[in-house]
Design a protein around this ligand. Structure first.
Ligand code: ADE
Length: 362
């Protein structure tokens, strides 16, 4: 599986100086999907990815819809319709693209929109596709206009319209390409232009995972990592991973470290608690950054409302980072509210803060 890689959306929003959080849903640098070259090392997240639909836990509707499409496509011996996957980071969009390729028996080329800066970047990928291969474009909402216009005829008619020459001698040449499947992934479906969105035959949302599915994912990963883990310990990891398998697997590796260093055998729920408390991840998956925000909101501004910029300045964070990385989970959990007059802590947020008093240190 080839890759033309570049930084992820929230990493870009975070800026270069912020450390990566254990509970950040965006992929850490060592978790990005790897290059197709045979000598490329298998990346950490890759080693835990399910390879077939049958191994993919959760996202029932998504699996059902894509399973039917794959079966029908195989029977027709055609390329699968273009697929748009959207939803929060870390829920398995890249994994699903790789699973689809495996099910179809074809290769998947992986890239991301920010890596397709020049027209030749996307043209190079498209002309080199073999029939029925998958092209996965992450963060597809960030595609530039020129790349997007190259994609339209490619998606619709498997054709590239290339301009040859300049000025009055410029002419358009059409070049056929192999029938292929574009799998686009985005955290912001609303930011896609309608002409691009309309060219996807299958548009599917990935949802946060429920506790049962997360527990099963943790147990599966523990098996692959050869960690002996009680089902109740897996549930404790599941409770702390913010509905996100990528975070679950990351937390599990930290638990494994503590178990190994402490010479523990089977991992118990108590050991999970101890290991993740060390990283200041609490029983609900909030980390120190989350609690600092709630603490400042309550004790610095009487619970709000307070503007994003003021809050960010008080925390020494960049407002865009705060909004894109720290706030979404707090909002989703009903611990924080955005109102027209600013951020407000909720009753649940206050209760959480009281149960987890956090000193003002970072
Ligand atoms: N690892 C990460 N996501 C997974 C999923 N949905 N099913 C199984 N294993 C996973």
């Amino acid at each position: 599986m080839a890759i033309v890689s570049s930084g992820s959306g929230s990493a870009a929003a975070r800026g270069p100086r912020q450390p990566q959080r254990l509970v950040d849903p965006a992929a850490h640098a060592n978790e990005k999907s790897s290059e197709a070259a045979p000598e490329a090392p298998i990346q950490r997240e890759d080693s835990l990815r399910p390879r077939r639909l049958a191994d993919y836990i959760g996202q029932r509707e998504l699996k059902q819809v894509l399973g039917i499409a794959v079966e029908a496509t195989r029977a027709r011996e055609e390329a699968l319709d273009h697929v748009l996957l959207y939803g929060p980071p870390g829920l398995g969009k890249t994994t699903m693209a790789l699973v689809l390729a495996e099910e179809l028996g074809v290769r998947c080329r992986i890239t991301s929109a920010p890596a397709l800066e020049r027209p030749r970047d996307i043209v190079g990928l498209l002309v080199n596709l073999e029939p029925r291969e998958l092209l996965f474009i992450d963060e597809i909402h960030r595609l530039n206009r020129v790349a997007e216009e190259i994609l339209y005829p490619a998606m619709e008619d498997f054709r590239l319209d290339l301009t040859v020459g300049k000025g009055t001698t410029a002419r358009t040449r059409s070049l056929p390409i192999a029938p292929f499947t574009l799998v686009g992934a985005t955290t912001r479906a609303g930011s896609l232009t309608s002409p691009l969105r309309d060219r996807f035959g299958l548009i599917q949302r990935l949802e946060f995972y429920g506790l049962d599915d997360l527990q099963a994912i943790v147990l599966r990963a523990a098996g692959l990592l050869q960690i002996e883990l009680d089902a109740s310990a897996a549930l404790e990891v599941a409770r702390r991973c913010r509905g996100t398998p990528r975070i679950a697997n990351r937390l599990l590796r930290r638990v494994r470290d503590v178990a190994a260093v402490g010479g523990h055998g089977r991992v118990s729920p108590e050991l999970v608690h101890e290991a993740l408390s060390l990283h200041r991840v609490d029983g609900r998956g909030l980390d120190a950054s989350d609690r600092r925000l709630l603490h400042l909101l309550q004790h610095g501004y009487g619970g709000g409302p307070v503007g994003l910029d003021t809050l960010a300045a008080g925390l020494g964070e960049d407002p865009a980072t705060l909004e894109a990385v720290v706030e979404p989970f707090l909002l989703q959990q009903g611990l924080l509210q955005r109102t027209p007059r600013g951020r407000v802590i909720t009753e649940a947020g206050l209760a959480h803060l009281q149960a987890h008093p956090e000193p003002s240190a970072a």
